[in-house]
Design a protein around this ligand. Sequence first.
Ligand SMILES: Nc1nc2c([nH]c(=O)n2[C@H]2C[C@H](O)[C@@H](COP(=O)(O)OP(=O)(O)OP(=O)(O)O)O2)c(=O)[nH]1
Length: 131
Amino acid sequence: MLYVAAAIIRQNNKILICQRASAGTLPLLWEFPGGKLEPGETMEECIRRECREELDIDLSVMGVFAKTRHFKGSKGIEITFFDSKIISGDLRKKVHHDLKWVQPEELDNYRFCPADEEVVRRLRQNCEERG
Ligand SMILES: Nc1nc2c([nH]c(=O)n2[C@H]2C[C@H](O)[C@@H](COP(=O)(O)OP(=O)(O)OP(=O)(O)O)O2)c(=O)[nH]1
């Protein structure tokens, strides 16, 4: 199982989404910022490290929004999505192809990694329920 932490970062009713690089795994698909857990760190440490490394921002982690598992053949990925806020830093695109702040109802316009589909659906539903 591959363990990944990802951040749901909200600001002014928008959510930060990131487009993966054109080279490498899942090219140009959209994702929530984050990455793979390294030995010896907690999931919270992982998400804060990845956001510092990839976006130059410091996060405050509020809680777990969702934990999902996705399988492709025998390979499994478990992603812990954290509700988070930016506490310092100016967002900078260091490794991604593109970054965007989008409203939940706009999420459908972007092609996300297959493992993110459930969370995208939940984010959309939450906004519909609030009307
Ligand atoms: N950060 C992030 N990764 C995701 C999401 N959905 C999803 O399937 N992934 C996958 C893509 C990667 O295989 C892995 C995260 O790895 P990473 O970001 O640290 O490293 P990477 O792009 O170099 O990944 P890889 O090429 O080694 O697979 O999780 C998501 O929403 N956010």
